[in-house]
Design a protein around this ligand. Sequence first.
Ligand code: C2E
Ligand code: CA
Ligand code: CA
Ligand code: CA
Length: 273
Amino acid sequence: KSDKQNRFHVYSPTMDETLRLRHTISLELDRALSENQLKLVYQPLVCARTGKVMSAEALMRWPGKEGQAGSPGIFIPIAEETGLISRLGEWALDQAMLEIKRQRTIPIAVNVSPIQFRVDGFADSVEAALERHGVDPSLLHIEITEGVLISHTDEAQRTMKRLRDMGVLVMLDDFGTGYSSLSYLQQFEFDGLKIDRAFIQQLEFGPTGRQLLKSIIALGHSLNMKVVAEGVETEDQAAILQLLSCDFLQGYALGRPDAADKLHSVTRPSELL
Ligand code: C2E
Ligand code: CA
Ligand code: CA
Ligand code: CA
């Protein structure tokens, strides 16, 4: 065996260590939540035709947490494993509603974990929170990924229907990345779909990517959905998506996630103005 292999073996964490690390992160996250250290930042969704900010997505941040674990892409899945996600999710919904109340202008989209969505009474808790805060349901959007729908289809369907009957918009997040996005469009009525940024990045690699996006956008429209492009990083991408009749654009080119009071001063690609 070569030296390299041995070294790799020595430094690769065992299953136990990985579990312990995840457990530690979850405990720290729990404390950060209790000590009110977490915050939400907001990223604008911009109308592709007018350049106006139409809504904003709330994204969780863990200030002070160094390294990878401080990114929601890492700590949210950990919180889902340990069950902490329920409290985190309630906190995020509550914070988002406080923000809606503060500005009362644009809707705010909250990411809801499949685990939180599946909990009995999720729709009730949303309804109760809307009433408690006196927030107009049409100012709340909920983003779910298809993971929500894979099992417990009947329950998920009921929850979705209740939310939409209340007037809350439900968007299918990360469209195109899952196993069976298309079959879910048949079973569930979404208000909109968010095309995963992987497809937007494909725009640089020739006509196929563009054709695919065109088809996804047409599909969304034919099912009466609004279509959002995620991860729009360049003005070129924005211009193409605009030509393809995409409804809303989101990404660094339109505005980075930031404190709520920065929302109305986002810079937009010149093409959109
Ligand atoms: P997501 O819901 O797909 O959110 C979009 C992610 O893309 C965010 O990462 C955002 O900062 C990032 N992003 C936005 N524009 C661009 C761009 O132009 N280029 C690139 N490369 N990235 C862009 P973030 O904030 O790190 O969040 C990662 C994921 O963590 C989210 O993916 C979502 O699944 C989850 N998450 C974040 N906040 C929450 C939350 O409050 N609750 C739940 N359940 N999940 C959350
Ligand atoms: Ca999202
Ligand atoms: Ca997404
Ligand atoms: Ca995602």
